[in-house]
Design a protein. Structure first.
Length: 337
């Protein structure tokens, strides 16, 4: 899995005009100097080395074997105009990179329609580039960029349709992206690595990360009442202040696990409470090859995705975990990041 997203993949030639720098998540670096420019076109290139599926790795050595894959935008497969670009060169690795090149005070939105028709809507800062996961598996994705004009009216800037065949189901959930943003130099990654040094096997590391978040990040009820639509966590600030909402805690858990090579989904959806009904909520889904337990209440089932809900446990206490999480039937997934 080392160097997972630094491999080149491309199929049909896209004719492009001009060159502009490759994009990386802000604050991250890459040792791959070959991706420093958008390429103007190429013949068909094959995947020289596929990622090693988690199931073929020794869980006890996963942390030492894993290097954080830094997303890039080599421009080998892309759509662009003078305002924006959509780079899908790394679609087989589960992500696209999108950028709006002009400076404007207008809101910019990115819409990704996934296989099955569900719509993901993201914000995009003018003059910046962002990485978005192809989180719903193989199939057709429609990616479009829109600029706000007035009231509820947006104008179309750029769009493309791509067909995705992931190299495995894990790759969208193993790298940084807009919501789950971290670098190998960040405090979030450093803390996860510190925990990995004293917890050798996979379930022990999952438990250590989960317990760290639950025990060190308290739920901020006041912030929950005032947070605005489109809020995206700054994980280093969450770690520093030691508090946050469900999205903060779920995203922090996801980032720490991914930084150590453990496939993890940030999930948005509804949690059912017998008193309050359906509550819009964020939690974590983590994949483990091993069976095991977290504390006395959470059973980790090997070979599948398992629900972890750090904010709920932070509020109710670890002893209530089994009651609140159970077999996941009270959780209804909507979006994966």
């Amino acid at each position: 899995m080392s160097g997972l997203l630094q491999k080149r993949i491309v199929a049909l030639v896209i004719i492009m005009t001009g060159l502009f720098p490759a994009v990386l998540i802000p604050g991250c670096s890459s040792d791959n100097s070959e991706t420093s420019k958008f390429n103007s076109g190429a013949d068909e290139i094959t995947i020289e080395e596929q990622a090693i599926p988690l199931s073929q790795m020794d869980p006890t050595s996963i942390n030492s074997a894993f290097e954080i894959p830094i997303p890039d935008a080599p421009g080998l497969l892309a759509e662009k105009n003078d305002q924006a670009f959509i780079d899908h060169s790394n679609k087989h690795y589960g992500y696209v990179t999108v950028g709006f090149l002009e400076n404007t005070e207008n809101n910019i939105k990115v819409m990704i329609v996934v296989p099955g028709g569900r719509e993901y809507v993201y914000g995009l800062t003018p003059g910046s580039n962002e990485v978005f996961p192809l989180s719903d598996g193989d199939g057709r994705y429609i990616i479009s960029i829109h600029e706000h004009v007035i009231d509820n009216i947006f104008r179309d800037v750029l769009s493309t349709t791509i067909y995705v065949e992931l190299i495995n189901e894990f790759v969208p959930f193993l790298h940084p992206s807009q919501y789950v943003s971290y670098c190998k130099e960040s405090p979030v990654t450093a803390k996860a690595y510190e925990l990995s040094m004293t917890n050798g096997n996979l379930v022990e590391l999952i438990e250590a990360v989960y317990n760290f978040v639950v025990e060190n990040i308290s739920y901020d009820f006041e912030f929950a009442e005032t947070v605005g639509v489109g809020y995206t966590p700054d994980l280093n600030k969450v770690l520093e202040r030691g508090s946050g909402i469900c999205l903060d805690m779920a995203t922090l858990t996801t980032a720490m696990l991914r930084s150590q090579g453990i496939p993890s989904k940030l999930v948005f959806g509804y949690y059912y409470d017998s008193t309050l009904g359906n509550i819009y909520h964020a939690w974590v889904s983590v994949f483990s090859e091993e069976d095991g337990k977290i504390g006395e209440s959470i059973n980790i089932i090997g070979g599948t995705w398992n629900i972890l809900d750090p904010s709920l446990v932070s509020i109710l206490g670890m002893s209530e975990t089994g009651v609140t999480v159970g077999d996941g039937k009270i959780y209804h997934d909507l979006y994966y990041y």
